[in-house]
Design a protein around this ligand. Structure first.
Ligand code: ATP
Ligand code: MG
Length: 278
């Protein structure tokens, strides 16, 4: 069952003006429910545009987009869609707007109809998932937090209303290693809960450790989409450069030592720990 389907989608910024830019040019894409799906591509390739079309922050010029039960060509008001599709922005400063963390976190749940009590339960669950100490932070001003703390608040503010699809734009940017590890664990927990995760990232080692499927975007087109391991085995490092990524360290290492058994490679490559059983 698909969570997201794009058919021949085109998007244009500033149409019919001297500043017109075709940002997406015939995108076809399918994302299944419950997947951790990564979108990769060079800067300006259209990644942020693509994910903004999923929760209708932008509207496509042509083509069809289906997200869960919603058809973007016929949807009247995106309220119900936004309840089910949450997006964590590339820069938390573009997302947060309240003066207290607790107000920031309760805004979404209340807007989408939860009672205060229900919202508080969800907020606390989200804080545990994202590793934010709710009691310690609830009275702080989100704009006065560190970059990593702001990002956690931004994540919790979305998780708190329990959307089915959660979209992350560059979630590892500015995070230290231990925060990236926590993020990876959070992705797995969200997947266990049946959520669909869609993320834009250039951090290939992070992608490699939690990705089910990947799509490679260039010049506003999806050039390839498929299983992560298959994709890494199909393209050379040189070919991947076009998409702003390189093969994860572990793939390069195994290629160097000429580890060729394809099925076993797939099995072992999933994480570094498995390698010790080679
Ligand atoms: N608000 C906007 N107005 C006009 N053009 C825009 C706007 N936002 C993006 N673009 C243009 O659309 C194209 C795709 O931009 P987009 O932000 O989707 O790329 P991206 O792949 O997310 O890049 P990055 O990796 O730098 O975040 C680029 O050429 C960009 O200059
Ligand atoms: Mg972007």
């Amino acid at each position: 069952m698909n969570a997201v389907t794009f058919n021949n989608v085109e998007h244009i910024y500033n149409e019919k003006s001297p500043f017109e830019i075709k940002s997406l040019n015939g995108v076809d894409l399918q994302i299944k429910k419950g997947e951790i799906f990564f979108i990769c591509g060079n800067t300006g390739s259209g990644k942020s545009t693509l994910i903004k079309l999923i929760n209708r922050l932008l509207i496509a010029k042509t083509g069809s987009i289906k997200v869960l039960e919603f058809d973007m060509n016929t949807i009247k008001k995106p309220f119900e869609l936004r309840k089910k599709v949450g997006m964590i922005f590339q820069y938390p400063d573009n997302q947060i707007f309240e003066t207290r963390v607790k107000k920031e976190l309760i805004y979404g749940p209340e807007k989408f109809g939860m009672s205060k009590r229900e919202a508080l339960v969800k907020i606390k669950e989200s804080c545990v998932l994202a590793g934010l100490d709710y009691e310690g932070f609830k009275n702080r001003n989100p704009f006065e937090l560190s970059g990593g703390e702001k990002r956690k608040v931004a994540i919790c503010s979305i998780l708190a209303y329990d959307p089915e699809i959660i979209i992350f734009d560059e979630p590892t940017a500015g995070l230290d290693n231990s925060s990236i590890l926590s993020l990876k664990k959070m992705f797995f927990k969200l997947k266990e809960k049946g959520k669909t995760i869609i993320a834009v990232s250039h951090n290939i080692d992070f992608i490699s450790e939690c990705c089910d499927k990947i799509c490679l975007l260039s010049g506003g087109k999806v050039i390839f989409s498929g299983d992560f391991v298959d994709t890494m085995m199909r393209f050379t490092n040189k070919e991947l450069e076009v998409f702003g990524v390189e093969k994860p360290f572990i793939y390069r290492l195994l290629e160097k030592i000429k580890f060729k058994d394809k099925d076993d490679f797939k099995e072992k490559i999933k994480n570094i720990e498995n390698l010790f059983n080679v």
